[in-house]
Write a protein that binds this ligand. Sequence first.
Ligand code: SF4
Length: 346
Amino acid sequence: MQQKINMLGFKISHLKKVFVENGFSELDAKKVFPWIHKKLAKNFDEMSDVSLATREKLKEKFSLSRGKCVTLLSSKDGTKKALLEFSDGNRIETVFIPDEKRNTICVSSQVGCAMGCKFCHTGTQGFVRNLTSSEIMAQVIFWKDQFPISNIVFMGMGEPLLNSENLFESLSILLDKKTHNFSRNKITVSTCGIIEDQLHELAKFGVKLAVSLHAPNDEIRSSLMPINRKYNIEKILEATKKYRDESNTEKITFEYLLLNNVNDSAENAKQLIKILRNFPAKVNLIVYNDWPDSIFKGTRREDANSFSMNLIKHGLRAVIRKSRGDDIFAACGQLKSAEKNQQKRD
Ligand code: SF4
């Protein structure tokens, strides 16, 4: 049997094209699009302004599959983590993080990841495949069906800029004024430093950028993140400045995991101040959450505070980000689709 085409991941211009190629009209696409992305229809029968005959024909060729939620874990801090399984059996994790002022979701872009960052649970799994734009949108729709969502961060499994085509298609849908209508300031794409054409293309969407820096010099960064041998800190800072100008975004965020005795000394703070001094950026300090078999430990709270104070004293904007959902392994760097990971911590 011919596989049905999943419609969730087509921006409106693309949907019109696919409809025409399959014997439907552009007008049909215009009617169906808001049903998918505004009313979050689960099936074609809900699309009451589309004729019955067209709905029946749509069912034959297309699907609105959101994947299957295999497990849904809730943290005591309100964070939730879902394991979604797609039609080929591959699984990814996506996280919901409620806060006083906002509800943020963390979205995955790949099954596994090829980047092999030493501190990252996803990195240990290796790369399996890119997610389609429908699978990326399935995560957003999964959460939007349950909660009002104000912010989206592409910080889940995978390196989003290595799946740029599907990332960009999803961003077009999310920024569509007639449906999801997210502001570009409410979407953040995180990269470990893939700075070629993809970053230039991303700038056209004007979304916020978070760069995973995690080290104050190339020696430490290369030992933690193999990608640094290709795109070192100097290259990243240069590309990031260019992104800021091209995208007209406010400050760029640098993510910095605090790893005990690896990158958290007073000397390391001094080095970080030196490289970021003239850079209008915010530094998000994240105390590392270890996972089973992890070779790293998180910096102690008082050391994290003094690292942060050191940066602030020298004019950098730095915050220690609250860790969320670590009792369900939903915190940064802890996502992994292996089943053994789908238990709660004692
Ligand atoms: S930190 Fe990000 S880029 Fe690095 S291995 Fe993990 S998912 Fe991949």
